[in-house]
Every structure is written in C-alpha cells, then in structure tokens.
Design a protein around this ligand. Structure first.
Ligand code: ZN
Length: 72
C-alpha cells in the first residue's frame, strides 16, 4: 500500500489522502487513508483523476535551443 494525496475527497470524512494498492496482496481497491472507507477500484481511479485534469498535458518539453538566444 502507498498513501497519496489526490484531487479527490473521501465521501465519508472529506480526507484527500488515499491508500493505493501496489501489490497483488493489496487487492485492487482504493481506500481513504483517514477512515479507510472504500473509495473505488484502482482501475477506476485513473479514470476519475483523468476527469479532474485538463485534457492536454504538456508532455513534450520545448526545444532548449529556442530559449537560449545568444546576446548580440
Ligand atoms: Zn475518509
């Protein structure tokens, strides 16, 4: 299990930290780190987080050459 802060809140206590499964023994459920209430399936979590993020993430950095202009 790992505990992470997410852009989601627990329906029971409003906490925004959740435990995520990392191994097979952890199952596939995400739980509130505060009150351990069941939140959702780990698979559904990705979808839930995607919905809170802007659709286009700047994944490709801009060319470094353009930013470093040589002074005249
Ligand atoms: Zn909770």
């Amino acid at each position: 299990m790992i505990t992470v802060a997410l852009d989601l809140s627990c329906a029971i206590c409003g906490h925004s930290r959740f435990t995520l499964p990392v191994g097979q023994d952890d199952g596939d459920s995400v739980h509130c780190a505060n009150c351990t209430a069941y939140k959702c399936k780990a698979m559904d979590l990705e979808r839930a987080l995607m919905a809170t993020l802007p659709p286009s993430m700047p994944a490709v950095p801009t060319s470094s050459g353009a930013a470093q202009a040589v002074p005249a």
